[in-house]
Design a protein around this ligand. Structure first.
Ligand code: A3P
Length: 305
C-alpha cells in the first residue's frame, strides 16, 4: 500500500499494478463476468496516452457506415460515453451488466486501462481485437501530473512535481508501472499482430491518415478506393481532431466518468511539452529508466518532432 497522487487516497499493488480499492472490486467483477465475443473490439490504453482520441477514431472508423459523418454521434456525446470504460464505468455501476444492451452499436466497442496480464481470460482466448495506444513517458507523465493537479480538491495541496516524478519513476501511479503496462501489450502485439494493434501517440500526430488506414485495415473495415477518393479518411481525422473535439459543446461541460470534468481530457495535445516542465536532472533520471526498462524490447519512443 502507498499514498496515491491525490493526498488522502491510497493505491494498492494488485496483480502487479497499482489501483484503488474500488477498482479492485470492479476489476474482480470484470474478470469474473465479462465474456468476450470474437467480434468485440477493445480500446486499451495507458492513461493520458491518447485514450480519448483513440476512442473517437476507432468509433468513427468502425461504425462509419452506420451514420452520415455530419451526424457522427461524437457531435452529441463524449468519446467516453460512446466507448465506455469497463472497469471505471460499466462494472462500477453494475457487477453483472448486459453489455449487448449497453453497446448500442455493433460490433461491441469498449475501453479499458487494465494491463494485458489482468484482462479476463475470454479476451485473450477469443478472436476479439485490441487497439492499444501509448505515448512517450515524459509527455505522458506531465499530462498525468497536470491532470491530477486539476482534479485535486482546491483545499488540499496538489502533489509537487518532484513528489509525483519520484512516484512515477518508482512505478507508483494509477495502473502503473507504466513500463510494465506498455511492455505487456507490446510483447503480445509482436507475437500476435492480428490480436493487438500497437499505436503511438506521436505517430498519430505525425501522420493521422496513414495511421487511420492501418486502424481500419486491422479492424477488418479497410477504406475502399472510393472512400479514399471521397476524403472519408480526412473527414474522420478532422472530426476526431483535438481542435474539433475540444470545441464540441458536450466536451466542454459535465462529466462522463467518475465525476471527472469532460473538459479535463483536453489540454494541449503537443509532442514535447515535457521540455517546459522537467528539470535536466529529471530528464537524466527518466532517460536512464527508459533505457533500462526498454532494453532489448525493440520498443522506442519519439520525444519531439
Ligand atoms: P496533454 O495533457 O498533453 O494535452 P487521455 O485521453 O488518455 O486521457 O489523454 C489525454 C491527452 O490527450 C491530453 O494530452 C489531451 O490534451 C490529449 N488529447 C485529447 N484529445 C485529443 C485529440 N483529439 N487529439 C490529440 N490529442 C488529444
Amino acid at each position: 500500500k502507498e499514498e496515491g497522487w491525490i493526498s488522502g487516497t491510497s493505491l494498492y499493488l494488485y496483480q502487479g499494478f497499482w489501483c484503488t480499492p474500488l477498482e479492485i472490486k470492479t476489476l474482480i467483477s470484470f474478470q469474473t463476468h465479462f465474456q468476450a465475443l470474437d467480434s468485440d473490439v477493445l480500446v486499451a490504453t495507458f492513461p493520458k496516452c491518447g485514450t480519448t482520441w483513440l476512442k473517437a477514431l476507432t468509433f468513427s472508423t468502425l461504425y462509419r457506415h452506420q451514420f452520415a459523418m455530419d451526424e457522427n454521434p461524437l457531435l452529441s456525446f463524449t468519446p467516453h460515453q460512446l466507448v465506455r470504460f469497463l472497469e471505471l464505468d460499466v462494472y462500477m455501476n453494475n457487477p453483472c451488466p448486459d453489455l449487448n444492451n449497453i453497446c448500442v452499436y455493433k460490433p461491441r466497442l469498449v475501453g479499458t486501462h487494465i494491463p494485458y496480464a489482468s484482462l479476463p481470460a475470454s479476451i485473450k482466448d477469443s478472436n476479439c481485437k485490441i487497439v492499444y495506444i501509448c505515448r512517450n513517458p515524459m509527455d505522458m507523465f506531465i499530462s498525468l501530473w497536470l491532470f491530477t493537479c486539476k482534479l485535486q480538491d482546491k483545499i488540499q495541496a496538489p502533489p509537487s512535481l518532484d513528489e509525483a516524478f519520484d512516484k512515477f519513476c518508482r512505478g507508483i501511479h494509477h495502473v502503473g508501472p507504466f513500463f510494465d503496462h506498455v511492455l505487456g501489450y507490446w510483447k503480445t502485439s509482436q507475437e500476435n499482430p492480428n490480436k493487438i494493434l500497437f499505436l503511438k501517440y506521436e505517430d498519430l500526430k505525425e501522420d493521422i491518415s496513414c495511421q487511420l488506414k492501418h486502424l481500419a485495415m486491422f479492424l477488418g473495415v479497410p477504406f475502399t478506393e472510393d472512400e479514399e477518393k471521397r476524403g472519408v479518411v480526412e473527414e474522420i481525422a478532422k472530426i476526431c481532431s483535438f481542435e474539433k473535439l475540444k470545441e464540441v459543446e458536450v466536451n466542454k461541460q459535465g462529466s462522463s466518468i467518475m465525476g471527472i470534468p469532460n473538459e479535463s481530457f483536453f489540454r494541449k495535445a503537443k509532442v514535447g511539452d515535457w521540455s517546459n516542465h522537467l528539470t535536466p536532472v529529471m530528464v537524466e533520471r527518466m532517460d536512464k529508466l527508459i533505457q533500462q526498462k526498454l532494453e532489448n524490447s525493440g520498443l522506442t519512443f519519439k520525444f519531439s518532432y
